[in-house]
Design a binder for this molecule. Structure first.
Ligand SMILES: [Zn+2]
Ligand SMILES: [Zn+2]
Length: 179
């Protein structure tokens, strides 16, 4: 997800470049502790020259494998994100003179390198993470785990063998003890 934008930086404000991408980005494969990308990142990227930088507008798709919040088995989710972020050059494209980019942003993820490479990776990583489901499920009807023995209730009829004390009997037992 890197683009050489030297040509665009030399062009007029409003100039546009469009790209269709399909990329496996090694540094994004392991997205969080329990979430991995299982498809390339694909979609459409538009770069537009602005007064002070390059506006990136992208619609991207990928698929992740994560952990079901009910049964702890793998859960797969499609992720669709929209990226809209302005990137800023760090050097003048013609002279190579340093630009005081801190005037424009305090986020180093949106800086264009001195070689005029615009790298979307970090911005995409942040957008993917915030679009992850809060409580992923392996299926909308996941039955979860038996609260008594931990058996996976999706694996068919379950007759729990762990003895359960009826709360009424427990109260009675307590009463007898106090007597
Ligand atoms: Zn599940
Ligand atoms: Zn059980």
């Amino acid at each position: 997800m890197q683009f050489n934008v030297s040509g665009l930086l030399k062009g007029p404000i409003g100039d546009i470049r469009e790209y269709d991408i399909e990329e496996r980005v090694a540094s994004l494969q392991h997205l969080t502790e329990d979430t991995n990308l299982v498809a390339p990142i694909s979609g459409h990227v538009q770069l537009m020259r602005t007064r002070s930088g390059i506006l990136v507008t992208a619609t991207l798709h990928t698929r992740v494998e994560t952990v079901c919040s009910r049964c702890l088995e793998p859960a797969f989710h499609d992720l669709d994100i929209t990226v809209e972020e302005e990137f800023f050059p760090t050097v003048e494209v013609y002279t190579g003179a340093a630009i005081h980019w801190q005037e424009y942003t305090d986020d180093e993820a949106v800086l264009i390198s001195a070689q005029h490479i615009l790298d979307m990776t970090e911005v995409v990583r942040q957008d993917l993470i915030v679009s992850l489901p809060m409580q992923p499920l392996c299926s909308p009807t996941c039955q979860g785990l038996c609260p008594r023995c931990g058996a996976n209730l999706n694996e068919g009829p379950h007759f729990c063998e762990v003895e359960e004390i009826d709360p009424r009997w427990a109260a009675l037992a307590q009463f007898k003890l106090e007597e």
